[in-house]
Design a protein around this ligand. Sequence first.
Ligand code: PLP
Length: 388
Amino acid sequence: MSFDLAAPLAARHADNLYRQRPLLQSPQGPMVQVDGRAYLAFSSNDYLGLANHPKVVQALQQGASQWGVGGGASHLVIGHSEPHHQLEQALAEFTGRERVLLMSSGYMTNLAVITALVGRGDRVLHDRLNHASLLDAGLLSGARFSRYLHNDMASLSQRLQGGQGKTLLVSDGVFSMDGNLAQLPELAAQAKAHQAWLMVDDAHGFGVLGQTGAGLVEHYGLSSDDVPVLVGTLGKAFGTSGAFVAGSAELIETLIQFARPYIYTTSSSPALACATLASLQLVKTEHWRREHLQQRIQEFRQGAQALGLNLMDSPTPIQPIIIGDSAQAMAISAQLRAQGILVGAIRPPTVAVGSARLRITLSAAHSSAQVQQLLDALAQCQWETPDA
Ligand SMILES: *Cc1c(COP(=O)(O)O)cnc(C)c1O
């Protein structure tokens, strides 16, 4: 008797949903080496070009010299070192929140926060397009779980009526597969009107949006009273790894006491915290990176519109082109690859059935000429859907 693993794998192949891991043989950057070939890439979330920035690399090296590599233990035992603490304080100041709690990943942060704040007898309300980690956390919490239609305030309002216990309203800040923005002012108003708490996961807005890069909350000018639970990740625009939650001192103390995914894990490398402190400095002081990025986004959108491509309503570096059929999305991605350009095809279950897409991501490190190269390659692709 053994598990039949072959049949589900074969079915995944047959549905054009089989996933493969490209092997990266260079650092992140506009030009990468993948599976033995050089490509111009539009598929990483290194939006500001910091993942291989010399100052960030140097901070990691110096951090390792001073603090070693391993975190050594959980934060509550003896793994909470000086660089972790400094980074928490710097991020609290940057986000304008009382306190910050640093964690090893965004996935884990969402599990930690949601399971610590709600449980049986409470409710968790999700935008339908929320990130998988938020949805998984909601299910794990044991709270009553419901999803409202994407960015649809009437659908949300209906679900906020009545109910007992605490209500946690949860949304991506920038939707990770569509690139559009959550309507945070409306979400905040609805949450307040129904004594719910609003939690925003700004993984793709943090570093990119707002005057100083503090994210979607800064973009909309919202306070910690509007968004009491703010999650940001460090593996995207910040170019390192890890994540954090920012909020009141009481919120952070609650997580330290009760959040199991925080308590029962080893702290990340203190050297990594040194690297993230360096990238925070660059995020704050080099506003030109956000300007470059906005220029690349405008150039891409104008060019793609001129080609008649199916763009989404996205003001962010995430610029998907909806194709629909998974096989066709894979075919276009392969045609781009043949032209030396790397763009990921995103298929169900990551996106809804029938909405497979190319997920093009832009970076401040891309040049105008590189965006033009992408547009030229897109113009060369065969876009007709083959007869199914
Ligand atoms: C990437 C992402 C995460 C996960 O963050 P990691 O640090 O990569 O685990 C969580 N939420 C959203 C919206 C994301 O896009």
